[in-house]
Write a protein that binds this ligand. Structure first.
Ligand code: URA
Length: 210
């Protein structure tokens, strides 16, 4: 099993992340960068997937060559910002099944409110990767993972773009069995629950809302 927290610190990811953090980066560029970054993050979160050799015939000879073995994948986007990671990951894992858990954060209490849930069948037989760009307080991630476990998921990972130490600690307390993958562990949360230095509200940055 991977460590509880893995920082995927590939130079291309770090470069794109810096561009995304800049406040003057427009939504169209932000979305493009997030799409590119999520393809690279997909490598990190699947790095230890098991392989099995199969027998194939190349134009030259018979050969044994590896393909993915083990459980099928399910990607779960934690709405709405999760969709920004989903599309890029699907580019490189097109056969993954996809589900959605809709969570929004009550801006007063910072508590998560679930408004939608639709997930693929047989979650218990899949490697389930929940995607949400921002692991801030951890409240919505913990609630979404709670929900996915109720739906049968047993082998789960959480993939985010940025994480705050507070969110990582909250996840570790609530779901020590769920490894977290992120491009950066930022400094802290501010008093409104935003990640610092962060990149602002990921949904707003993606969709140009405020
Ligand atoms: N959600 C965001 O989109 N950004 C933050 O900084 C924290 C939570």
């Amino acid at each position: 099993m991977p460590d509880h927290l893995t920082i995927i610190d590939h130079p291309l990811i770090q470069h794109k992340l810096t561009l995304m953090r800049r406040k003057e980066t427009p939504s169209s560029t932000f979305r493009q960068l997030l799409w590119e970054t999520s393809m690279l993050l997909a490598y990190g979160v699947t790095q230890d997937l098991p392989l099995v050799d199969i027998s194939i015939e190349t134009p030259l000879c018979r050969s044994r060559s590896p393909i993915l073995d083990g459980k099928k994948l399910a990607l779960i986007s934690i709405l709405r910002a999760g969709n920004g990671l989903l599309d890029g990951i699907l580019e490189v894992i097109p056969s993954a099944r996809v589900g959605f858990v809709g969570m929004y954060r009550d801006e007063e209490t910072l508590e998560p409110i679930e408004y939608y849930c639709k997930v693929p069948a047989e979650l218990e037989n899949r490697l389930v990767i929940a995607v949400d760009p921002m692991l801030a307080t951890g409240n919505s991630s913990v609630a979404a993972i709670d929900r996915l476990k109720k739906e049968g998921a047993q082998d789960l990972r959480l993939l985010c773009l940025l994480a705050a130490p507070e969110g990582v600690a909250r996840m570790k307390e609530a779901h020590p069995d769920v490894p977290i993958f992120t491009a950066s562990l930022d400094e802290k949360l501010d008093d409104r629950g935003y990640i610092v230095p962060g990149l602002g509200d990921a949904g707003d940055r993606m969709f140009g809302t405020q």
